[in-house]
Design a protein around this ligand. Structure first.
Ligand code: TXA
Ligand code: MG
Length: 339
């Protein structure tokens, strides 16, 4: 039912791109690659088209969507004002894994995009396929991550198909996502700006450009009530996830005891922890390669669903740089539970 359209950055994709743009203009949804995760896009001005996104994902209606643009000038019709700090951040991080929350021009996008809020999230992705599609469409595209609500975000076209096959007409396959974690979301409608969701644009990078930010550090649900999406269960594979600082003493014993009790353990960790007791090992690559770990995390959590395991133990990381974004996703996947 769902078609998969492979686009190859080396090839000529004119017809494929035209097909996607036609679908968007006709009020349909299409999944497409971005550098963070795959998105499920629709014409942001068309409430009926946007409603199809919520339906396909089974997404709660009070969780607003990010609007994607190809060029800064498209902001004019969407954001009622652009504070200086937002402008500086956009200059620094666009195109890229960064979303700015700004006051919305009333009527600029459909009501269900913003879930009735007076602000809108805007992002200019850097993925060449996303950029070309957005440029050719010439309209703002509302797009959440292209997963079923509650599942880990999709970092490949096959992840999208896993969740949404038969529920959407078309998936554009542009290969694996390179960043692997969703964009950093910053609210510029408050002062100082609030970091609502950490991502590949790290808190340190953000502070270097805009100065002080709030809600930073250990982002907790109650400190970030303004990103409605953060209050729902997220990133959850089927088996329960438990976090652990795997280099600490006693971890090997705890894992061994679980296995002795008949629990099958999947370990989601960097290579240096392969020696710990486990039934399945999902590698996140080399310790210290933060970009690599970020890129692999969601695929590893998803892969656990293909395994017969009772518990998933995931390595925990220091909350600095990309570690902050990784821990934000991991703590949600684990519901805050440690081994
Ligand atoms: O990297 C990304 O951001 C991906 C790709 C596809 O661009 N998109 C994505 O969208 O992750 P989604 O819908 O899965 O996450 C958007 C987050 C949610 O937590 C939502 O609540 C928050 O951004 N958000 C969107 N608009 C908002 C607004 N006006 N005010 C506060 N939070 C907002
Ligand atoms: Mg999402």
């Amino acid at each position: 039912m769902t078609k998969i359209l492979v686009v190859d950055s080396a090839g000529d994709n004119i017809e494929s791109y035209a097909r996607v743009v036609d679908k968007w203009l006709a009020g349909d949804v299409v999944a497409f690659p971005t550098e963070t995760v795959y998105g499920l896009g629709a014409d942001a001005r068309n409430a009926e088209a946007v409603a199809k996104i919520f339906e396909a994902k089974s997404r709660p209606a009070d969780n607003p969507l990010i609007v994607h643009i190809a060029e800064t000038k498209q902001l004019q019709g969407i954001a009622a004002s652009v504070p200086k700090k937002a402008k500086r951040a956009m200059d620094a991080f666009w195109p890229g894994p960064f979303t700015a929350i700004l006051p919305v021009v009333s009527g600029a996008v459909a009501e269900n995009v913003t879930a009735g809020l007076s602000t809108v999230g805007v992002r200019m992705p850097s993925h060449p396929v996303a950029r070309e599609l957005l440029k050719q469409a010439g309209i703002p595209i509302a797009a959440p991550s292209a997963n079923r609500s509650g599942k880990p975000s999709p970092t490949s076209a096959s992840h999208v198909a896993e969740d949404l096959d038969g529920r959407i007409p078309l998936i554009v396959d542009g290969g694996p996502a390179t960043a692997g974690l969703e964009s950093t979301v910053v609210d510029f409608s408050v002062e100082p700006p609030a970091l609502l969701r950490p991502g590949s644009v790290t808190e340190e990078m953000l502070i270097a450009v805009v100065g002080e930010v709030q809600g930073a550090g250990r982002l907790r649900e109650e400190q970030a009530p303004k990103a409605p999406g953060m209050k729902y269960t997220h990133y959850a594979p089927d088996a329960p996830v438990r976090l652990a600082f795997l280099e600490e003493d006693g971890v090997a014993e705890k894992l061994a005891r679980l296995r002795e009790a008949g629990r099958r353990v999947a370990l989601v960790a960097v290579e240096e922890h392969r020696g710990l007791p486990h039934d399945a090992f999902l590698s996140l690559g080399k310790a210290g390669d933060w970009a690599g770990i970020s890129r692999e995390l969601f695929a590893a959590l998803r892969a656990c669903n293909q395994l017969d395991v009772d518990v998933i133990v995931a390595g925990a990381y220091p909350r600095e740089g990309l570690g902050q974004a990784l821990m934000n996703r991991l703590e949600k996947a684990a519901g805050g539970e440690y081994l």
